[in-house]
Design a protein around this ligand. Sequence first.
Ligand SMILES: *[C@@H]1O[C@H](CO)[C@@H](O)[C@H](O)[C@H]1NC(C)=O
Ligand SMILES: *[C@@H]1O[C@H](CO)[C@@H](O)[C@H](O)[C@H]1NC(C)=O
Ligand SMILES: *[C@@H]1O[C@H](CO)[C@@H](O)[C@H](O)[C@H]1NC(C)=O
Length: 346
Amino acid sequence: MKPLGSSVPLRLAFAVSFAFSFSLSTSSLHLPISLSKPKSRANSFSSLFSSSPSSSQSFASDLLSLLATPSDRKPNIPSDEVQQLFSRLKFLVPFTPDKSSYSRRVILEDSRRGGDEKEAGNEMVWWPPEPVMELARLAVDSGGDPAAIQRALDPTVLPVPDVDRINEDKCQLTRTPYGRRFASEEINSFFASLFELIVTRGPTVGLNLSLCRYDLFHGHMFVATDTGRLGILFHAREYPAYDKEDFPCPLGYCQSGSNVTYDESMNLRNILWLAPLPSNVTEAWLAPGVLVVLDAHPDGIIYQRLVPDYLDVVRTIYEGDFGQVVADVNYLNIENIASSKKIFIC
Ligand SMILES: *[C@@H]1O[C@H](CO)[C@@H](O)[C@H](O)[C@H]1NC(C)=O
Ligand SMILES: *[C@@H]1O[C@H](CO)[C@@H](O)[C@H](O)[C@H]1NC(C)=O
Ligand SMILES: *[C@@H]1O[C@H](CO)[C@@H](O)[C@H](O)[C@H]1NC(C)=O
C-alpha cells in the first residue's frame, strides 16, 4: 500500500471547491455559525504545499505534547495555551497522563474480565491489548514510518461492501473501493471497539452519534511528527443533510438521504485517539492511551488554531497536521457480523 498522501487532494479538493463556491454566495446564506475568523490565523491551506511546519502543525504538536506530559511535569508549551486547550478537551476516557498507572495494568486485567464495563472501556484505551501495544511501539521504533504500520496489514484485498444503500445512491464512501485488515484479528477488533466506545461515551459530552454512512464511519490513522506516536483522528458527522437555511451545501451522492442535522454537534466532530506512548530508549511506556473529543466551537482555541479557514463551516481538522497519514480506518456497519469484520483499512 503506498503512502496515502495522494488521498489528501481528493477529500480536500472537494471540501475546498465547496468552501469556495460557498463563500461566493455567503451573502444570501443564513448560517447559525459565523464564518469570520480571527485575522491572526495563518492560512493553513498554503502550508499544505510548503515544508516548514505551519502554525496549525505546530499547534497540533503542542496538543500532542500536552497529552503526553505526566501530571507532575510542566508541559513544554505556553501556559495560557495549556489552560485554553484543556478547556476544549472533552475526554471520553479519563485523562491519566501518569505512567505509574502502567503498574496498575496487571491488576486491572482482572476487572476487564470481571465485567465492570466502564472500567474495562477506560482500561482498553489506557492500555490496549498486546498486539496494539506492539503496533504502537513499532510506530515509534520505526521513527514514525507509515510503511511500518502498513506492513502489519494482511495482503488480502477486500471489496468494500454495500452498506446503508451506498451503491444505490452511487456513493463511494471510502477512499478506495477496496480495503484491507490488520493481520492481527485483535487489532481489528480493538479499532472496532474504539468506534463503538466513541458512540457509547459520546452522550457524556453532548455528542450523540450513529455508526452509519452519514455520521461516524471513518478515522484517519497517523504517526505523529515529533514522536512517532500512533493515533487516529476520527471525523464524525461527515455528511450533514442539505438544508436551505442551516446547511446549504451540496456534498454529492453520499449526502443523499442523510439524517444528520447540521447543529452544535458539528463542533464536536473531531475525535482523537492516541495509542500509549512507548519510550524510544527503554522498554518503558511514557504515557497511556487517550480518547478525547476536540471541541472546535468557534470561540475556542482549537477552532482558531486548528480548523483551516476553508473548512470552517464543517469544522474539519486536518489529520496531516498531526503527522504522516498511514491510512483511513473505516467501520462499515454491516449487520450480523463480528465487529472486527466491519473494519476496512483504505
Ligand atoms: C442525545 O440523545 C439523548 C437520548 O435520546 C437525548 O436525551 C439528548 O438530549 C441528546 N443530546 C443532544 C446533545 O442532542
Ligand atoms: C526519542 O524521542 C525524542 C522525543 O520524543 C527525540 O527528541 C529523540 O531524538 C528520540 N531519540 C531517538 C534515539 O530516536
Ligand atoms: C440515521 O440512519 C442510520 C441508518 O442509515 C441509523 O442507523 C441511525 O440510527 C439514524 N440516526 C438517527 C439520528 O436517526
